[in-house]
Design a binder for this molecule. Structure first.
Ligand code: IPM
Ligand code: MN
Length: 363
């Protein structure tokens, strides 16, 4: 059996802590399931800027292209805030997504039973939440040209970005959302700002056109402002949310809080052909870096998505998810999840060790 090659990008902030425990968990899981695997750790983000002057060194990009899957923790640090845009950590992430042509970002938002009381919303509101955000990832205002900053004649500066989509970009992400809905509750809600933006008007027209080929899928549309409100008013109305890059970025952080913490949310960034990138929805949390306080679960669940989607190791993925649920059911909680005096507070490393114990207990 040929060995799966996984590139690990630990990145910045809490990245190294959540990566090292996730790697330990995966090594055990692979041994248990007899899955041959090799890990390659590569420089990425702020640390790559410091060591190589580039957030995405050529060597890292090539290793990612040649891998079976890329598992990323998080990048970014406030100390890079004043660097020119092209040499910031986030630019490295955008370049990686774009170079690997990962146009669809799948962000499942499912309430884990043990965490129903951890949400900032009432239990009755969140109890049936099971939605997936399908976010377009390589277009829209993140990448549109022209963009930049210029000095104006009057003295001051002008800065601009362009929100742009082609019908081709909209069609292919819409197909991903409709195909996903077929395997779920058969509902797609497309989120746009078609009452104001031309780009959203095209978005809506194309989504309707693509949707007409999926006879059994119910298609609805919401404006982003209304959707942001609906998501906290009655989140269980959503099945698949289809949206653009920027709106998806915003709405998925909001949706994350339904689950109790943004530290819970995994994601998969996929294209057609190239290796996928599996990354938590959260950032690098530099304020708690190195303090053993981070919640490693979003990265562990991203690894489960990688097992399922990229490596087709479905059984191992299910084991991993079960182990996470069992550790949570026993009351172990990182600080972001504590909502009851009976909870057993634990650090990043211990949370991972508890998952390992549960994995070992699964036959
Ligand atoms: C995310 C992040 C990134 C994004 C940043 C770090 C570039 O917020 O994955 O949601 O905006 O896409
Ligand atoms: Mn984000």
């Amino acid at each position: 059996m040929t060995s799966h090659k996984i590139v690990l990008l630990e990145g910045d902030g809490i990245g190294p802590e959540i990566t090292s425990i996730t790697r330990k968990i995966l090594e055990l899981l692979f041994k248990k399931h007899n899955i041959p695997i090799t890990f390659e750790e590569k420089a990425f983000g702020g640390k790559a800027i410091e060591n190589f002057g580039n957030p995405l060194p050529e060597e890292t990009l090539n290793a990612c292209k040649e891998s079976d899957a890329v598992l990323l923790a998080a990048i970014g640090d406030t100390k890079f805030d004043n660097l020119p845009r092209e040499s910031r950590p986030e630019t490295g992430l955008l370049k990686l997504r774009s170079e690997l042509k990962l146009f669809s970002n799948i962000r499942p938002v499912k309430i884990r039973e043990a965490l129903i009381e951890s949400s900032s919303l009432k239990k009755e509101i969140v109890k049936n939440v099971d939605l997936t955000v399908v976010r377009e990832l390589t277009g829209g205002i993140y990448f549109g040209q022209p963009k930049g900053r210029i000095n104006t004649k009057e003295g001051g500066e002008r800065a601009f970005n362009t929100m742009t989509y082609t019908s081709h970009e909209i069609d292919r992400i819409a197909e991903i959302a409709f195909d996903l809905a077929k395997t779920r509750r058969k509902k797609v809600c497309s989120i746009d700002k078609a009452n104001v933006l031309d780009v959203s008007q095209l978005w809506r027209e194309r989504v309707i056109e693509i949707g007409s080929k999926y006879k059994n899928i119910e298609l609805t549309h919401q404006y982003i402002d209304n959707a942001a409100m609906q998501l906290v008013r009655s989140p269980s109305q959503f099945d698949v949310i289809l949206t653009s890059n920027l709106f998806g970025d915003i709405i998925s952080d909001e949706a994350a809080m339904l689950t109790g913490s943004i530290g819970m949310l995994p994601s998969a960034s996929l294209g057609s052909g190239n290796p996928g990138l599996f990354e938590p929805v959260h950032g690098s949390a530099p304020d708690i870096a190195g303090e053993d306080k981070a919640n490693p679960i979003a990265m562990i669940l991203s690894a489960a998505m990688m097992l399922k989607i990229a490596l087709k190791e479905v059984e191992a993925a299910l084991d991993l998810e079960t182990a996470v649920d069992k550790a949570l059911a026993k009351g172990f909680r990182t600080i972001d999840l504590i909502s009851h005096p009976s909870h057993k507070p634990c650090g990043c490393n211990e949370m991972g060790e508890r998952v390992i114990q549960e994995l070992e207990a699964i036959k």
